[in-house]
Design a protein around this ligand. Sequence first.
Ligand code: ARG
Length: 268
Amino acid sequence: MCRPTYYAIAYEINPWMRLRRPASPRRALRQWEALYRFLTARLKIQVRLLAPARGLPDLTFTANAGLITDRTLIRSNFRYPQRQREEPTIERAFRRWGFRIAHLPAAFRFEGEGDALWLGDTLVLGFRFRSDAPAHESLARLLKREVLPVELKDDRFYHLDTCFCPLPGFAALWYPGAFDRYGRRVIEQVATETIPVSRTDALKFCCNAIVAGREIVLHRGISSSLRRRLERRGLAVHELDLSEFLKAGGSAKCLALRLPSRYTAPRA
Ligand code: ARG
């Protein structure tokens, strides 16, 4: 995770971001600290912190740094110049932590875990707004796994992790309205069970959830029917206020990148 010290709505690169609708730095920091405390103190998750950097307001959305596989970070090739500036900072930090860095061909955009999520042994790659479909072949070669590209069609759900969330047992929470017919079919086929959410819940970024074991952490305000549905599947639902991050088009999941456990413990 990365503390939102320099977080701000400094540009508009998705429909959520409006320069006229700034985020409150104090409230953002408070919300982020509450999420961090919840993950570390309550759920006992070890979190490694990436140092915030002035001039990189979206660095706090670490899910977009890349995709981790073993000791390798497949570094993102950001779509927009505003976020391309994060690339050297990300790369330096991960090298320092002992990761190898893999790059995709420079011609292909790819925004890391924001657009690439595992459903069992299969990587689902969301493309169009941020990542490019042809990246799937390079990813498959690097990962030696099947990669299924699915097209996103609603710019409010511009990253896969805004409309699709793998759950334990190869199930998935998702907003079908964000996918075209082919993508919907692919997801219905690879997931053992799919839990569709309403547009209202989706717009609260309920799919942008952190799932750890049987715990699911998301922005507050989901419908009681969705909460019941998740609880019936044996999940403990935790709602936190992340409103300041929704203004940038992100929520719980974007604020964290999953690391293999041996890399998360902070070094002395
Ligand atoms: N403002 C950021 C952007 O538009 C938000 C990124 C949210 N990250 C995510 N994984 N959905 O790039």
